[in-house]
Design a protein around this ligand. Sequence first.
Ligand SMILES: Nc1ncnc2c1ncn2[C@@H]1O[C@H](COP(=O)(O)OP(=O)(O)OP(=O)(O)O)[C@@H](O)[C@H]1O
Ligand SMILES: [Mg+2]
Length: 1033
Amino acid sequence: MNAAKQEIKVKRVSSRKRSRDRFKSDLTPAKKKGGMCLLKYPPNDLYGTTMADTNVVEYCSDSEDFFGGYDSILEDSSVLAKLDYAEQNERQQDVQHAAQDRPGNRQGTNFTSLRLSKDSTLKRACDDVLTDSILEGLQDEPFDYLPATQCEFQEQILENTKRHKHHDGEKTSTPLRDTEKLAEADVESDILHKTKRQRDMPKARRSVADQLKRTMLCNAAAPSSVSRSVVLKEAVVSEEISVAMQAMETVSAETTDLGPFFGLPSKVKDLTYKLKGIKNLYDWQEKCLNLDCVQERKNLIYSLPTSGGKTLVAEILILRELLCRKKDCLFILPYISLVQEKVRGLASFGLELDFMVEEYAGSKGKFPPVKRRSKSSLYVATIEKAHSLVNSLIETNRLDSLGLVVVDELHMLGDGNRGAIIEMTLAKVLYMSKTTQIIGMSATLGNIKDLQMFLRAENYTNDFRPVQLKEYVKLRDTIYEVDPKEEECFKFSRVLNFKYSSSMQKIDPDHIIALVTEVIPTQSCLVFCPTKKNCENVAGMICKYLKEDFLKHKEAEKALLLRELKDSGNGSMCPVLRRTVPYGIGYHHSGLTTEERKLVEEAYSSGVLCLLTCTSTLAAGINLPARRVILRSPYVATDFLKRSQYKQMVGRAGRAGIDTVGESILILQDKERTMAKTLVCAPVENCYSNLLHDDGKGLLSLILSLIGLKVTTSVEQVTDFLSQTLLHVQEKQLCVKKSLWEFAQECVEMLKEKGLITVTTDSQSEALQVTRLGKATFKGSVDLTYSDILYSDLSKGLEGLLLNSYLHLVYLVTPYDMISQCKPEWMIYFRQFTLLSAAEQKMSAAVGVPESFVARKAAGQSVKKNVNMEAVTRMYLALVLFSLLKETNLWNVAEKFQLSRGFIQTLLNSSSAFCSCVLHFTEELEEFWPFKALLMELTRRLSYCVKAELIPLMEVAGVMESRAKQLYNAGYKTLTHLANADPSILARSIENLYKKQASQIVASAKMLLNEKAAALQEEVDDLLMIPLDLPSH
Ligand SMILES: Nc1ncnc2c1ncn2[C@@H]1O[C@H](COP(=O)(O)OP(=O)(O)OP(=O)(O)O)[C@@H](O)[C@H]1O
Ligand SMILES: [Mg+2]
């Protein structure tokens, strides 16, 4: 296959989406179309956009799905938390009381008390029974099949748990085994289950349904008048508790600095050492944490060079919020891979310190989040998911439960559509919650003042870097040190020492081999290249001239890596990696499958690979430092590097704790010298609002969601909201021809025109309101450009939905914005088409792609008939996905359709994301009711696209298909198996799984299991809760 051709075909340069003509014409700036326009672009360079190539995969692989299946009955979690607290106290008293009393007066208690769902003792009794039953359900079966190696460990765990539990209350994170639970339930039920009926309940496990039935029967039998008065009384008590708890909260907030470790228990310090290897904080970290503004919970932006240790400060502040103030936190990270890494890393903290860590990335995450009564939650989210999460909290009036929002890489505010989403999210939090603190961090911020004004934040800046970074440039065969103090910016350092043959000189005129062999294989090196193809070429070229000695370095580990790469491709392997890995060299860009990327990253981190060639994606996405960073040229694709991009790339040089110094070398040609001076010495670019980016799509969707969430109901209110955005701060620079007020007005008009909002009028006033389509659009986070097309496609789809195959459904969720990135190969199209069943072909014809058309195209004939080419290409992509669902082998499908595996991976990720968007879209529209169940299952299938048996294992953050297969084959078949595994045994029984990774897998599995059990428990509690407004007669 022609790789170069393929490259062009699948290239996705930016995350900007295709706009449909009509919409575009409305929003195209005047200078572009020469007529009236709504949104005026600022000059291009005003957008401090970073990493043009950065989001290629990750952006489209994330969904913006909205409201998930969970529908909570209760509204106020804080009251419940307080009641739980009160209940616990009371329960303790009861335990003492009952101990004196037993067997005593049990028959005296009647069912009325059960009806009082908030009655401390008995509600607890109910809880206990149900808790057991649910946990038993979750844990019961897998134990029978637990791998033999783990049995001993389980015995030990149970022993410990038993001791621990008696000692320490119910704090175990590993659910107990049946027998154990029942033994304990016996003790407790003697004390707590006061009704005879309850006491007589069989000890065997009961289903939740049984419990529900029984409890409701009890409730129904109770005289309602009693319940009513008690309910009222309880409301008063609850109010009192609430006030008391608030007072306590204030005290605890005021005294957080009294904790031994920045207001936190010293256990946190121990864990930081144990889990992160960090013994002492850097001076700046201490200083920053002790700042007055931080103590006062003011908003904060802090800015330090790359590898400065920014994350730890954010994490300590998050822990403070979770543990001291008992509030939930949102941690926003730019990529799915980073979210997963963070979830894995923080799960152990969550288990030890008793808070939840919840993943919001890809198709994961519940909207609104599950209410936790006894624990606070840390939501780790991608940019898009964070926005949906905040929307769902606003919609359910729960935004105040969010104590802290942390945004990593805050400069991404200037990054196109994604920047616009960060701005919307933060603006909504600022506008809607006075108690939520916002913290942003970045290494590359130019105009901090603007951002400070937007976030009403304090600023802390420091230029600390644990490992000194020395920046060099190479011109011909001379290396110069970058020194802004020098007039020329560059100071002579040395002449490069190399002996090149003439053929080598021809192949490697930039002396990359000479530069890399100064450090590898004993030290690590990253070579940033301008394009994906160039990455592969450079990796191959370097290997060609490396000595045989390189093959011997870590030979066994490299052989293992090759095997794993092969397994991940189900027997297929990238020919470039096959050649380069034996030399310890790999490449990294968005053309790899997710799994290959992960294997390459891990191998590089552990030193098996000593050199990676990569695109700029790697600079922003992952924490993979190197002793030496080489920038092969000052370009990303055809664009000259931006200062912030340069900073991010060279910032990878120097590994904390390993190197004493890190160095970067930028390779320059003579003609680039002047531009390069600006690049290495100028201040970083400013970061500008992106609400007007892409024809103002951000602003339109912001206004739609504000109206949808009922945050604003008039143009005046919309403008009032907008006056608190970054766009407003930068209005002078960005709104050149029109004021923000005019923009707001025109956006509202446009939304009306598109039928997404409408005006309702009563006798006194007018109010803006979303239409049904508008509501579905914003809830599904569907791009406004496509919402009406989606509606009509789905309506047409319903008329003859083909259900004996996935093809029709897959077609309906094939993302519109992928269409422009693919050109069908007609022969392949035709061949695949002929393999379809008659019903599938008929369906295809019904959506506008008849066989005759494809056949003619394949035969090279011209077709006069008017055919919708978008539908034709979309069907082609649907065939790719259909094929993928059938055989779950990405490599085979790539081969079959002659597409790159990176493209197929992108298509799959963005389809699963879009599928969940379509699901939420249809949920808002009654006429689409049949889609709900269908799309729920399809989302799951597209998200994992593996054999069904592996899905439960792949739910654990960062476990991919081949790892899941290994685990499954070793006997770890369910989440419960993983949650109960001993990490040491796990590491021993799974090839190439390090102890640290094993511990993280186990911790994440435990967290996920806890999360699922708690969600079920809360649902049960909600079901059993008696409505306060229950009619009493
Ligand atoms: N006090 C400390 N002592 C030792 N190592 C530390 C300390 N604080 C952080 N580190 C380590 O330094 C490395 C870099 O930290 P971190 O990822 O927080 O950098 P950063 O400032 O976020 O950089 P970037 O801008 O590149 O994301 C990490 O491996 C982290 O574990
Ligand atoms: Mg960081």
